[in-house]
Design a protein around this ligand. Sequence first.
Ligand code: F6P
Length: 347
Amino acid sequence: MTKPKKVGILTAGGDCPGLNAAIRGIGKTAIIEYGMEVIGFNAGFTGLIEKDYIPLKESALSGILTLGGTILGTSREKPYRYSKKDGNNEKPEQIKRNYHELGLDALVCIGGNGTMDTANKLSQEGLNIVGIPKTIDNDVWGTDVTFGFDSALLIATEAIDRLHTTANSHHRVMIIEVMGHHAGWIALYAGLAGGGDIILIPEIKYDIRSICQCIEDRYKNNKPYSIIVAAEGINHPEEESAARYIAGAIQIYTGKETRETVLGYVQRGGSPSPMDRILATRYGSYAAQCVAEGNFGKMVAIKNNELITIPLSEVKNKTRNVDKNLPMILKAKEMGISFGDGSIKKK
Ligand code: F6P
């Protein structure tokens, strides 16, 4: 294969801190090391479908390392999702047509599970694709960590730290709901880092009675307040947030004053943490190397701090959930931290 000369970049799915660091890593490496031309598609796959793109000269990549969000914008467009109301789904053909008309040699797709699924389909249809795993949820299969996770962890942990003082002052139960989609990584790590007394994740089935018993026991042990960290993906009625549901149950069954905080989108905002800047840059630079070497149909990943690539076909349609038997969970239980399943040692 001749040396790739022109590479496209897109950012898709939920935004997160670090996206611009990744774009910068790809672009600077491609331009400076490999002499490539780089373009960026606006609003994820929508930009590719509509041929809506900007040239990314090296000058455009300066000053974005620390910038939150994505200079390219993003969308949750899923080109292969077919709905009868749209009639024939021409989007995949449009993407392939635009890819070739623009003279692209490769496309780097930065995103989460859904993006990697689309990237795999485009790769199967003959486009030269490299994926980069991104999401605050940290639930992309095949890599130890996605960029965006550390920044969300930092934000959630700081919020939990702040809840301790108000819970203590009012002798209240404070529940904070964090993001994570169907995985509990943010809740687990922020719960441990923030000193949560009860951590609720989708991967461990909780029991309201066990949660209430833990709160009552803490009161009896002169700990008249509790901090509960709940992942948004835990089981709860659709009509109310997980935090509201748990708070309501605690108030009814224990009579203890309970307040909830749904942390929401602040977990996705602002400047990336130093670790996310480094990880996103490493992913981006390595993705440019994969393009230069013709290593396509792959997602860049990190295992034991070493950069590797894995086939997109292995990543698609998978979610990396928390293993409930993780040593850090077993140790937390030994320290008396509850996961709502009644399995901590009785005092
Ligand atoms: O995937 C990242 C994420 O923030 C999830 O944690 C959350 O459930 C979802 O996106 C929210 O989606 P949207 O940005 O479309 O509201």
